[in-house]
Design a protein around this ligand. Structure first.
Ligand SMILES: Cc1cc2nc3c(=O)[nH]c(=O)nc-3n(C[C@H](O)[C@H](O)[C@H](O)COP(=O)(O)O)c2cc1C
Length: 371
């Protein structure tokens, strides 16, 4: 499809044009005859659709996975298997006494058997991968969670042997140690990615939170360290305080659609600039959110909270909306729309972001003149 610039989008001022780039790309004519093509490419895998069910309890059992498959998702990501669980299992099996030899105490000290209720434990996890691979029509992505570079990363190859098409590395870490610098955390994360990359015969995606000083640089280094894809962004669950009991309370609140904006911005910035697929996660609730994520430059959008709220069939609702949107806009395929509203052609993304910041404040103030 040849594209054209959307009339009226570009500013007249050449300096502003330098910031804005050539603008939106819109389809040049009616969609080609034939069915709409929803397929996309993610981590080098061909997916039938760009909506992926991300890690959650819903993807932790075969029944949920089959329902998601029936609803049309492009792939499923299983709940994370935790470093602590794998290390613990290895210790029990080999009766090793020096458990701290290879792993960091932060990761191994907190083993809790209750984790096995969350994802069935390492042994049954491999069985779930195998069953899902046999019974689902879509790729099954296994998920590992850890913070250290230890022998446990070899589990990635066992997951691949069991049938996982890819491994997602869920890097969930709160930098609460005041003696640890940002640079150290970046370095440890990159070493972890390298270790999983070396152990995994299948593609790996790295799922990260948003709190990095310069996420663009970090994203590029993650790709250089071997990440085939970046999943942005995980949500950190924030405990609350119960003022009656005067105690900390674990608190899990599902996301809402406003949280989409942060990953949306970063997909738009990174699209076309790093050598890795992009998956947008957080805040995808409605079909419009799927459209926005793809326009910003995500190769797939992932969703969890909406599926937990509305059930697995909601994935079908999201895809129906996407199909209708493509039809109305004259796109023949999802691949044509990916990145159409990204910053790929913006020469200076930092200046573009700053110009938008100033424009947003000015517009708000102008709308409220006369207060
Ligand atoms: C109950 C629950 C369990 C989750 N478990 C995992 C997990 O095991 N591993 C992981 O990487 N993300 C996990 N997530 C995060 C989701 O995969 C997703 O990235 C996050 O909820 C943001 O997407 P959403 O706005 O669509 O919910 C979990 C989320 C929820 C709500």
């Amino acid at each position: 499809m040849s594209g054209s610039r959307l009339p009226g989008f570009l500013p007249d001022d050449p300096e502003e044009e330098a910031l804005a780039g050539p603008g939106l790309v819109v389809p040049s004519g009616p969609a080609a005859e034939g069915p709409l093509e929803l397929s996309t490419s993610y981590l080098g895998l061909d997916l039938r659709a760009p909506v992926v069910a991300s890690s959650s309890p819903l993807t932790g059992h075969l029944e949920g996975l089959l329902a998601l498959d029936a609803a049309g998702v492009g792939a499923v990501v299983l709940p994370s298997l935790f470093e602590e669980q794998i290390v613990h299992e290895a210790e029990v099996a080999t009766e090793l006494t020096h458990r701290e030899a290879e792993a960091h105490p932060e990761a191994t000290g907190g083993y809790t058997p209750a984790l096995d209720d969350y994802n069935a434990g390492p042994h049954r996890y491999l069985r779930l991968v195998r069953e899902a691979r046999d019974q689902l029509d879509v790729p099954v992505i296994a998920s590992l969670n850890g913070v250290t570079r230890g022998g446990w990363t070899r589990y990635a190859s066992m997951l691949a042997d069991a049938g996982a098409s890819a491994v997602e590395l869920n890097v969930y870490r709160v930098a609460a140690d005041l003696d640890v610098t940002g640079r150290q955390i970046e370095q440890e994360t990159l070493e972890l990615v390298e270790a999983v990359r070396a152990a995994s015969p299948v593609p790996i995606a790295v799922k990260v939170g948003p709190q990095w000083s310069a996420f663009g640089d970090m994203a590029r280094r993650l790709a250089d360290a071997g990440a085939d894809g970046i999943v942005l962004f995980n949500r950190f669950y924030q405990p609350d305080i119960d003022v009656d009991r005067m105690a900390v309370e674990p608190h899990l609140v599902l996301s809402d659609a406003d949280e989409l904006r942060l990953p949306l911005r970063w997909c738009a910035i990174l699209h076309g600039r790093i050598d890795a697929s992009l998956a947008l996660t957080t805040g995808v609730h409605a079909g419009t959110d799927v459209v926005k994520g793809l326009l910003a430059g995500a190769d797939v959008v992932m969703t969890t909270s909406a599926l937990l709220k509305h059930g697995p069939s909601h994935a079908g609702v999201l895809l129906e909306h996407l199909r209708a949107w493509l039809e109305v806009r004259g796109y023949a395929s999802v691949r044509e729309m990916i990145g159409a509203v990204s910053q790929r052609t913006v020469r200076d993304p930092a200046a573009f972001e700053r110009a938008n910041y100033l424009a947003t404040l000015t517009r708000y103030a102008n709308e409220r003149k006369g207060w």
